[in-house]
Design a protein around this ligand. Structure first.
Ligand code: PLP
Length: 451
């Protein structure tokens, strides 16, 4: 086990985690044993999509308790963006553990919180004064952004898009689109949430201008701009299926929000923090959101979330209106600072472009041989394929399940996505090597061939 002052190698114990290696059937005997224990004490509502139990991980490789090693194309849903057990993150968090593990920022401040806020002010889009409140989870960030937008505008309405995912708390369940598994039976939900049609070029065929006109007309008719506090959008939808909106769609929404005093909130919880080759995906679309939400990748695997926005919006809450016991924890903040430092010092923004340049053509090549791949889309290290019936475009969720299951048997960890469960999303860590990526594609190729 770990000592407190080991060499980096002892602490990480990761020397061998470079390739996939399957040594048992998946799940192996130890995973099966853990699963029996789990079923006795963990509710079925907390389901795991893959059947093996993790022991350790480094970079883009995870190892299960039976010694099987998987190329991780999910990164814990886009969390270990700079890599599992990244050495800089481990060092910063370990050092912080010796100094201060809890400060309760609403009682006494500490530098790490302030530093993360400074870094977010610097790296989120827009050249104006910004302020940040730190939280523990993405859903909590969404909740706080809505709170702040309502306080700022004095309005109650919250607009979200079809296929959106914003979390599992009561307010964010209402904002999330998909009923099963996220909402079914868990109501009643928070009110004043309005789901509007979005832009999904592969299915709706609309230009960005036409899709935006449809969204805006829908909201103006069904709510009225004057009753909307905010519009919350994922620049690239995550759980909804890595939907990249048509050109011009998001800028038109932003313009409409700006013209009508509606706070434009970019939920970058999945798409942000260098995932797409920019700090925030908003940059690809020329957006300057009033408020940007961060979580998942921000602290290299430790829990941290943030709401960053225009100072005058963020300052609309009275003192004491925002905060939380663990929010902005010093260890998580230290890890986040290491993530920002690593993005700069190791030029990690370039890695998103490298991964896209390697993986997207490989997926397009698969598409040329497997007509059920209806669409290949995404930006940077946030890519997806959508599996459909080639003639009707009907979703093929069972094919996605079969491919992810077969890939797991062969050492590749894949995640599904999409309102219809028919999308395979690729969220590799920026540390994944070209060789690991190409090896994973050969496994996916075999899995597709077996359908
Ligand atoms: C994951 C996610 C959330 C919720 O974050 P949690 O940390 O799971 O609460 C919200 N929005 C988006 C876009 C997400 O991907």
């Amino acid at each position: 086990m770990h000592t407190l002052d080991p060499s980096a190698d002892d602490l990480l114990n990761t020397d061998a985690l470079t390739e996939r290696r399957i040594v048992t059937t998946v799940p192996g005997p130890k995973s099966q044993e853990l699963d029996v224990r789990r079923r006795a004490v963990v509710p079925v509502g907390v389901a795991s999509s893959l059947p093996f139990y993790l022991a350790r991980a480094h970079g883009a490789i995870v190892e299960d308790v039976d010694g099987n090693r998987f190329i991780d194309l999910g990164s814990g849903i886009g969390v270990t963006t700079i890599g599992h057990t990244d050495a800089a993150v481990v060092a910063a968090a370990s050092a912080q553990l010796q100094e201060l593990t809890h400060g309760m920022f609403t009682i006494t401040g500490y530098e790490g919180y302030v530093r993360v806020a400074e870094l977010l002010a610097k790296h989120t889009p827009g050249d104006f004064a910004k302020k940040t409140v730190l939280l523990n989870s993405g859903a909590e960030a969404v909740e706080n952004a809505v709170k702040i937008a309502r306080k700022h505008t004095g309005r109650s309405g919250v607009a979200v898009l079809e296929h959106a995912y914003h979390g599992r708390t009561n307010l964010t369940m209402a904002m999330t689109f998909k009923a099963m598994p996220y909402k079914a039976g868990f109501g009643p939900f928070a009110g004043s949430i309005h789901h509007a049609p979005g832009s999904y070029p592969f299915h709706d065929g609309l230009s960005g201008t036409d899709a935006a006109a449809r969204t805006i007309a829908y909201l103006e008719k069904s709510v009225g701009a004057a009753d909307l506090a905010c519009l919350v959008v994922e620049p690239i939808q995550g759980e909804g299926g890595f939907v990249v909106p048509a050109d011009g769609y998001l800028p038109a929404l932003q313009e409409w929000c700006n013209a009508n005093g509606i706070v434009f909130i970019a939920d970058e919880i999945q798409s942000g923090m260098a995932r797409t080759g920019r700090y925030f995906a908003s940059e690809h679309f020329g957006l300057i959101p009033d408020v940007v939400l961060s979580a998942k990748g921000i602290a290299g695997g430790l829990p941290l979330a943030a709401v960053t926005g225009r100072a005058e919006i963020m300052d609309s809450s009275h003192p004491g209106g925002l905060g939380g016991t663990f929010a902005g924890n010093p260890v998580a903040a230290a890890a986040a600072i290491a993530v920002f430092d690593s993005i700069e010092s190791r030029d990690l923004l370039a890695e998103g472009a490298r991964i896209e340049a390697m993986l997207k053509p490989a997926l397009v090549e698969l598409q040329s041989r497997y007509p059920i791949i209806g669409d290949v889309r995404g930006i940077g290290a946030m890519l997806a394929i959508e599996l459909v019936d080639p003639s009707s475009h009907a979703p093929l969720a069972a094919a996605v399940s079969a491919v992810t299951a077969a890939a797991a048997q062969n050492g590749v960890l894949l995640l599904s996505a999409g309102t219809y469960g028919n999308v395979i999303r690729f969220l590799p860590s920026l540390a994944i090597t070209d060789a690991q990526l190409l090896d994973a594609v050969t496994v996916i190729d075999v899995a597709l061939a077996a359908l």
